[in-house]
Design a protein around this ligand. Structure first.
Ligand SMILES: [Zn+2]
Length: 635
């Protein structure tokens, strides 16, 4: 399909009349630098084949001009702006082609000369969305659904602050598709939707999802403000059937967030939820919405429900922790300014902790499911062989290079451990505060003080490590600086399990399956033997990762090798489980037939301790702080 001629055709048809820009420009006269509004119209009718056509009308003065494409994307914390997917770029002024030139070193900058007599540049461009969905892998659209992240289709003047540039956005949807977004709607005419003008900051913070199968669910009680709604799109109409207990849990999630933070920093909130296995999976946080993709059968299948239940609570928590309060290094004035991500163990780690706690407090998980998830997390982190060389903080600082890595040697390299280890770290802080104050105070008090404050429209209040320490000290005086530095900056053989232990529980392993590992096996077709013989394997036997130092590692196994047979019998999780059990009594090494790049070899693994699956076990006589933590706060 020649996208070039395509763009030209749509350019004429969709170009916004100047009156549109004028109408809205008047309401933003106080915007200091770029008072004139950029009109952007995105034609999404080609979404099913993953190409979005955009048209921009950029007010300009004659002379040299540089336009930039957003590079550092909020929530991605890295230079993930999909520049390679930007195509079909055509610029005109007064209907005459304007030649643009990409910068020699900055791939995100385009230089042009605006001709005399012109007061604007008209730009058409296409975003190819086959690979990049909100900064994650996978397509942004399928036959029936789409996700529009505006950073994929905008250009803005170089050097401008994103708060200072105004956009008048509109979209054209595929026929009969319905949409959800936090953007304020100005007018709907057929499948064309015009939104009220907003700052570039708000535009990029306000994705739009749309689909043929769509449902909007009210989560606030009548008359309550701000309003909370869930916009759900799915590949199939039947996927939208939300059970009464899930509806009650999502309403409770809203109530529990209010009880926790006691202030809200948005005018209205949209939970944008996509249910699909056909588009890229992601969860991306925003001030007034979150853009989350769960499995198509999330609302229907108990295994899918278990695995995805904490996704929406996590992204919701970000409205307070990450959007309203943000580490200073991530609070940048525009999308070309590099981000410093060393405090993601707060931005993501505390969110991971609160997201899982709120999943339990709202009833999306039972307390037992919460503990099983925690046991999985604790076991995984405790078996990260890379703990010996890489401190937690380095996983955060390295998000730029770690994010898109595969699972091979994950344990030795370490992954985005600031999420799960951040969860353990904040659980420990919560348990310490509760112990030190004899149950008088908790991390809830810290969240209320640090993330609460006054309710109102979105704003960003940056913080530093010292601010964080000060905030904790206001709740419970302690040498938090020393404690946190030790947790994040030092290497340690074991994961921080202090929160579980202070919480009245301990991490144990036995041959009973962990319910999350079981759901993963059923759902994602991957089996976990990490804590016994030392690897995880896909259904076809391919080793996903091998834990450095484990029995499998000592025997010579590595990721990407393919397990063919166990003790002479074709591999399956059950066959391996039986073999590990037999080895416990007969003390014979397990024989693994492995295919590695077309060559076959049998590896002998002398491992005799049986299957080891993580669970939490109650420590009798100790107060059950963990159960207190997941008790609902809202009446
Ligand atoms: Zn997050």
């Amino acid at each position: 399909m020649p996208s070039f001629s395509f763009s030209r055709k749509y350019f004429v048809k969709l170009f916004l009349p100047p009156i549109f820009a004028l109408v809205f420009a008047s309401s933003f006269l106080n915007a200091p630098l770029y008072a004139q509004t950029i009109a952007i119209s995105v034609d999404l009718t080609d979404a099913p084949r993953n190409i979005y056509h955009a048209h921009l009308h950029v007010p300009a003065k004659p002379g040299e001009m540089t336009l930039v494409f957003p590079k550092w994307i909020p929530g991605n914390h890295r230079p993930s702006g999909p520049i390679a997917a930007l195509t079909g770029i055509l610029m005109e002024a007064n209907h005459v082609v304007v030649h643009w030139r990409r910068d020699d070193v900055d791939m995100y900058a385009f230089h042009l000369t605006v001709p005399n007599g012109a007061d604007a540049v008209d730009i058409s461009l296409d975003a190819l969305t086959t690979q990049d969905s909100a900064g994650a892998r996978g397509p942004a659209a399928s036959s029936n659904i789409l996700d529009l992240n505006w950073n994929a289709v905008v250009l803005y003047p170089q050097g401008a602050k994103s708060d200072d540039v105004q956009f008048a956005p509109s979209v054209i949807l595929p026929p009969d598709w319905k949409f959800g977004t936090a953007l304020p709607v100005h007018n709907v005419a057929g499948n064309r939707v015009e939104f009220a003008p907003v700052a570039l900051t708000t535009l990029i913070d306000s994705p739009l999802i749309a689909g043929l199968h769509y449902r909007q669910i009210e989560l606030s009680n009548a008359g309550e403000t701000p309003v909370h709604v869930m916009d759900v799109v799915a590949d199939n109409e039947g996927d939208l059937a939300m059970k009464p207990e899930d509806l009650a849990a999502f309403k409770k999630l809203v109530a529990e967030s209010g009880a926790l933070f006691q202030a809200r920093h948005y005018r209205q909130y949209h939970f944008l939820l996509t249910l699909s296995d056909q588009v890229g999976g992601h969860g991306l946080e925003h001030h007034e919405s979150n853009d989350s993709v769960a499995s198509e059968r999330f609302l229907l299948d108990p295994s899918a429900h278990l695995l995805f239940a904490d996704l929406v609570p996590h992204e919701f928590v970000h409205s307070w922790n990450g959007k309203y309060r943000r580490p200073a290094g991530l609070a940048t004035p525009n999308y070309q300014e590099p981000m410093v991500a060393d405090m993601l163990w707060v931005y993501e780690g505390l969110t991971q902790y609160l997201g899982t706690v709120l999943a339990a407090r709202s009833g999306l998980w039972t307390p037992e499911q919460y503990r099983e998830a925690l046991a999985e997390t604790a076991a995984e982190l405790d078996h990260r062989s890379g703990r010996s060389w890489r401190p937690l903080e380095d996983t955060a600082r390295s998000v730029q290079i770690l994010r898109m890595q595969g699972p091979q040697w994950l344990s030795w390299r370490r992954g985005l451990d600031y999420y799960p280890e951040g969860q353990l770290l904040w659980l420990e802080v919560d348990a310490m505060i509760r112990q030190q104050t004899h149950g008088e105070r908790s991390l809830n008090d810290f969240c209320r003080k640090f993330h609460g404050g006054e309710s109102g429209p979105p704003k960003v209040v940056p913080y530093t490590f010292d601010d964080l320490v000060r905030g904790l000290n206001e709740v419970a005086p302690y040498d938090w600086a020393k404690h946190l530095r030790e947790r994040v900056a030092a290497t340690s053989t074991h994961a921080p399990l202090g929160g579980i232990e202070r919480g009245g529980w301990r991490l144990v392993y036995n041959d009973q399956p962990n319910m999350f590992a079981k759901a993963t096996e059923k759902f994602e077709k991957a089996s976990d033997f990490s804590y016994s013989v030392g690897f995880s394997a896909a259904k076809d036997g391919k080793l996903i990762d091998v834990i450095a130092g484990s029995p499998a590692y000592q025997a010579g196994l590595g990721p990407e090798m393919k397990l063919i047979a166990v003790n002479g019998r074709r591999w399956s999780p059950e066959v391996l489980g039986d073999a590990l059990k037999a080895a416990q009594s007969n003390h014979q090494p397990v024989e693994l037939l492995i295919e590695n790049a077309q060559f076959f070899k049998t590896y002998s693994v002398p491992y005799f301790d049986g299957e080891k699956n993580p669970h939490l076990e109650r420590v009798s006589g100790q107060p059950d702080i963990l159960t207190d933590i997941v008790k609902p706060l809202a009446p």
